[in-house]
Design a protein around this ligand. Structure first.
Ligand SMILES: [Mn+2]
Length: 297
């Protein structure tokens, strides 16, 4: 079992190319590229031909550094797949199709998706409407991704947000919600991204959630928090009295289900705040700590 990292770990101001070099220097092999690290306006992702033109060099650098892009992250809460009107929803579906092309370009296994229905981005509060519109929107995106192994990875989202109180989801907080969507859309083309920090905010039994997701688990966001704020810290950053996350039980659960991909840290607690050399050293040593914990779990 390996541990990888998001490329914006160093903060968004460190370019994607510089970040990739630093991540390789820290001894990592596996990454997620967040959409915002590819393009400033995540609502206007590049077309497939623009990708080849603009990011051919990045793709070559990734290969030269021996890195693998397992996950590309779509546009977070923007471009809601439920939306406030059908016209807007259709526009947002087209944006997601482009993000799927980006994920295909990098050979990723998963495009991470925040499902539609965020409280501040759609009018309806009817869970059935939110579910059905997500199924329709995601089926349209799934129809364009081919059979090359890319999956749309639906992320469990928190039902409350301390940082931005209006930005929460009333559906998609539980693995059972996401399994319902996967089954309805296409188990071959969709899966689940387990965000451990979000699950902790929901007070979910995380080892049990891993087993519940089982074969549908196709991407991960490994991150630590105190159960209140969505802190995106490295595992073991908090004392047990502040953290309810049992990382040893979690790593064991991933082993028990034979999870086939590296675990990806969505950790950015030094994001742009430490000098790059120090941030790189921190990343390297956190990686070693987590590898040792994984081995002993
Ligand atoms: Mn996440």
């Amino acid at each position: 079992m390996r541990f990888g990292i998001v490329t914006d770990y160093f903060g968004i101001k460190t370019s994607l190319k510089d970040s990739l070099k630093l991540i390789a220097r820290a001894g990592y092999k596996d990454v997620e590229i967040p959409g915002g690290h590819l393009i400033r306006d995540i609502s206007a992702p590049p077309s497939a031909s623009q990708m080849r033109k603009t990011f051919g060099g990045v793709k070559k650098l990734i290969a030269d550094l021996g890195l693998t892009v397992w996950q590309v992250h779509g546009p977070y809460g923007a471009n809601d797949l439920v939306a406030t009107s059908e016209k807007e929803r259709q526009k947002n579906i087209d944006v997601y199709k482009r993000w799927a092309d980006c994920a295909l370009f990098f050979g990723a296994k998963a495009l991470i998706i925040h499902i539609g229905g965020r409280n501040d981005h759609c009018d309806t509060k009817d869970v059935r409407v939110i579910r059905d519109k997500n199924i329709d929107s995601l089926s349209q995106v799934a129809s364009t991704i081919g059979n090359g192994g890319l999956k749309l990875a639906l992320e469990n989202l928190p039902s409350r947000c301390m940082e931005v109180p209006a930005a929460f989801n009333i559906f998609g907080n539980r693995i059972s919600d996401l399994k319902e969507l996967v089954k309805a859309i296409s188990p071959a083309k969709t899966g689940i991204c387990l965000d451990v920090g979000h699950a902790n905010v929901e007070a979910i039994d995380i080892p049990l959630a891993i087993k519940e997701a089982g074969r549908d688990l196709t991407a991960t966001h490994i991150q630590e928090n105190n159960g209140v704020y969505d802190m995106h810290m490295f595992p073991f950053s908090l004392r047990a009295r502040y953290s309810k996350v049992d990382w040893f039980a979690i790593f064991k659960a991933f082993k028990d289900i034979n999870y086939p991909h590296p675990l990806i840290g969505e950790c950015a607690n030094t994001g742009g705040e430490l000098p790059l050399d120090l941030a790189c050293l921190y990343l390297k040593n956190q990686g070693r700590l987590i590898a040792a914990a994984m081995a002993s779990a």
